[in-house]
Write a protein that binds this ligand. Structure first.
Ligand code: NDP
Length: 324
């Protein structure tokens, strides 16, 4: 069988360009050894980490996909099942399932199948694992989320609401602000048009106890000024600097960290997260209607780079997905 595969055509400089991506064809044999599976991608997940992952020119792009198992000699991943796997931006894949996270044959009926790369995929697991493990939010506390209208941010905010917190966030357009309020955020502001200090003071009159940081940079330094003593910060990402061509500068945070005894932890979902445990909690909340999901959908393998570039520029509300 022939597989279409994206490889890096040129190093990214600043925001990625269409000429940085190239599709090649690979021959994939349908003959399977014991333990192997042959899959065909159903949808591809454009994720920010693909921008900063070390991928040399000529190498395949890393990324998650939901795929249908066409053939299997692996009991864990039977023929016909849907599987979430980190096998990159490619159509046909033969593997031993090393990059598979789990099968997704029990998706809730009230959400699109592509949610398996969003709320029930890597971003949803990141939100669940990152918030619960590193922010440890308690009922009545205030949780601040940056990148609030995105794949991870929308889920962080909704989980924090389920836990009984006051949830505030910021994002890059008025439409996004309205959206996050519609899914339960108590307050939100457009960071492109607001005075951040004033907006945070209004949104969090009692200060911030937990900060789920998706963007880093100056915004995070500003949030630190509003943190309460013994606050917890989960550093999930720093997308404000992913496309920078010069080193980004931000006010120092150390005095706040020391004086307020803040606990700041970096997290990587690939490490110790209980992926299926997060999936099961999120699935239950989706079925109960306690979490809503939204996607910005592109169609067709050839549109993956454009969807990726749009997402990096804020063109998505909820999860950016490419349905093949
Ligand atoms: P999103 O769905 O949130 O999409 C990215 C968003 O980033 C854009 O929509 C845009 O929204 C925002 N953005 C772009 N440029 C800037 C900027 N200069 N300043 C502030 N915001 C910006 O992506 P994800 O939810 O998938 O990822 C969110 C974060 O989580 C990223 O930093 C990502 O790297 C990180 N992540 C980390 C993981 C881990 O294991 N540590 C796992 C998964 C994600 P807007 O319009 O609001 O600007």
């Amino acid at each position: 069988m022939k597989s279409k595969v994206y490889v890096k055509a040129a190093e990214f400089v600043g925001h990625p360009k269409l000429t940085d991506f190239k599709i090649i064809e690979q021959e994939v044999s349908e003959d399977l050894q014991d333990g192997e599976i042959l899959t065909e991608a159903v949808c591809i997940s454009p994720d920010p980490y693909t921008r900063v992952w070390k991928i040399d020119v000529g190498q395949e792009f890393i990324g998650f996909q939901l795929a249908r198992i066409l053939k299997s000699k692996n009991a864990e991943y039977p023929e016909g099942s849907l599987v979430l796997q980190q096998t990159g931006w490619r159509t046909i894949t033969k593997s031993k399932g090393e990059q598979a996270w789990y099968t997704c044959d029990d998706l809730p009926k009230n959400i699109p199948q592509s949610s398996a790369v969003g709320v029930l995929g890597m971003p949803g697991v990141t939100a669940h694992y990152g918030l619960l493990t590193f922010c440890e939010p308690k009922k009545g506390e205030t949780v601040m989320v940056t990148g609030a209208a995105g794949a991870v941010g929308t889920i962080v905010g909704q989980i924090a609401k389920i836990l009984g917190c006051r949830v505030i966030g910021c994002c890059g357009s008025d439409e996004k602000v309205e959206y996050v309020k519609s899914i339960g955020f108590d307050a939100a502001f457009n960071y492109k048009t607001s005075d951040w200090d004033k907006a945070l003071t209004e949104a969090a009159p009692d200060g911030i106890d937990c900060y789920f940081d998706n963007v880093g940079g100056k915004m995070s330094s500003t949030v630190m000024n509003k943190m309460n003593p013994n606050g917890r910060v989960a550093v999930c990402g720093c997308i404000s600097s992913y496309n920078s061509t010069e080193p980004d500068m931000a006010p120092v945070i150390q005095l706040n960290v020391v004086v307020k005894c803040l606990r700041i932890t970096g997290l990587l979902v690939f490490n110790n997260s209980d992926k299926k445990g997060s999936y099961n909690d999120l699935k239950k909340w989706l079925e109960e209607g306690r979490i809503q999901t939204r996607e910005t959908v592109s169609k067709g393998f050839e549109n993956i780079p454009q969807a990726f570039m749009n997402m990096l520029k804020g063109g998505n509300i909820g999860k950016a997905v490419v349905v093949l």
